[in-house]
Ligand binder design. Structure first.
Ligand code: DX5
Ligand code: ZN
Length: 222
């Protein structure tokens, strides 16, 4: 039995007190720090980038889980790897099979873990070229772009399909879910096979983020 790990999303943290919030989630038992990088092109929103990842690397020993919601991951990947990203997520929507292979190769060559993500309307078939080589698959359960959105019902079915697809080729990547995950949704995605839950508002938009994190973890492991 592997406990489900929580990856709090810093997008919902207090940017004027980022060091404090990272220390808080580390102390509270988070498994990763989820860093949402948005470029204003692949998604409408614009968030943080390489300089923030560099600073985070010095501030925490938790693995940095860098979710690249950007149009040109192949160009920017080397910078994020240099900055200390431990897990790097690229979106299947912006890369063909060859691009995906190149992204995975460059992530692995840097000693980091490679993650491929699917937007809600992207079918699991997009994972076919990489399912045997990825370290983690990220299933988006909201349209990427903003924290605090509602979980898209049925996303857990996609989690189950990814688990099945991996099993069929003898692979066992971690499966991560991102978007609208909290006390009301953690149990069903965990039951479907999710290993890592990204939580933005469910952790940071609460009076006690440490307690909120522990509560989501408890519900997921029930
Ligand atoms: C959405 C981001 C998510 C988001 C999660 O585009 O990838 O990581 O910040 O926030 P919540 O948990 O509030 O949906
Ligand atoms: Zn994310």
């Amino acid at each position: 039995f592997e406990p489900v790990r929580i990856a709090p999303s810093l997008l919902s943290a207090d940017f004027m007190n980022l060091g404090r919030d990272v220390a808080l989630i580390e102390e509270a038992g988070a498994g990763f720090v989820h860093v949402d990088v948005m470029d204003g092109h692949f998604v409408p929103n614009l968030t943080m980038g390489v300089p923030v990842v560099k600073q985070l690397k010095k501030a925490t020993s938790l693995p940095l889980d860098v979710h690249l919601m950007i149009a040109n991951p192949l160009e920017q990947l080397p910078w994020f790897l240099d900055a200390g990203a431990d897990y790097v997520t690229v979106h299947a929507e912006v890369l063909d099979a060859d691009g995906l292979a190149r992204a995975l190769a460059s992530i692995h060559a840097a000693g980091a873990k490679a993650v491929v993500s699917l937007k809600p309307r992207t079918g699991v078939g997009a994972l076919a070229p990489v399912i045997a080589d990825v370290d983690m698959v990220l299933v988006m359960s909201v349209e990427p772009g903003f924290s605090g959105q509602s979980y898209i019902e049925g996303s857990e079915d996609k989690v189950a399909r990814v688990v099945e697809m991996a099993r069929a080729v003898g692979a066992s990547p971690l499966v991560q879910v991102d978007g609208g995950i909290g006390p009301a949704t953690a149990a069903r995605v965990a039951a479907a096979g999710a290993d890592v839950l990204v939580c933005g508002n469910a952790v940071f938009a609460t009076p006690n983020p440490a307690a909120a994190l522990a509560e989501v973890a408890r519900i997921a492991d029930e």
